[in-house]
Write a protein that binds this ligand. Structure first.
Ligand SMILES: [Zn+2]
Length: 119
């Protein structure tokens, strides 16, 4: 089995295990209409390729470790995307208003922002 990541015009990509890209597409069509599938990427398994150099993730501004797709990230008002763990202990502010807020910062996986930086 190979793990494919199906990207859509809108919403989160879906990871799905299938023997072929066509099978992955068929499986995911149960969840989403076919028309909105943007691309199908082989993530791991047979034939999986490492990311090309230009797609290397940028490093965390705090620990300088490159982000991995599964890393839990949070946004810092000044530094942008950082590891959620690296920001632990920092004051949490609302990114829209700049006002301090109670509770944990909004976190997300790096995967969810991957590819948006280049516009
Ligand atoms: Zn970090």
């Amino acid at each position: 089995m190979t793990l494919f990541r199906i990207h859509f015009d809108q919403g989160e990509p879906i990871d799905i295990e299938a023997a072929t890209p066509a099978a992955a597409q068929a499986a995911v069509q149960k969840q989403r209409p076919a028309g909105c599938i943007k691309k199908i990427k082989r993530v791991k398994g047979e034939g999986a390729m490492p990311a090309p150099a230009e797609e290397q993730p940028h490093p965390c501004p705090i620990c300088a470790e490159p982000f991995k797709p599964d890393d839990l990230c949070a946004s810092d008002v000044e530094m942008g995307i950082c590891h959620a763990a690296c920001l632990e202990g920092s004051p949490v502010v609302d990114l829209d208003t700049g006002e301090p807020v109670d509770g944990p910062a909004t976190t997300y996986t790096y995967r969810s922002v991957e590819g948006q930086a280049n516009g």
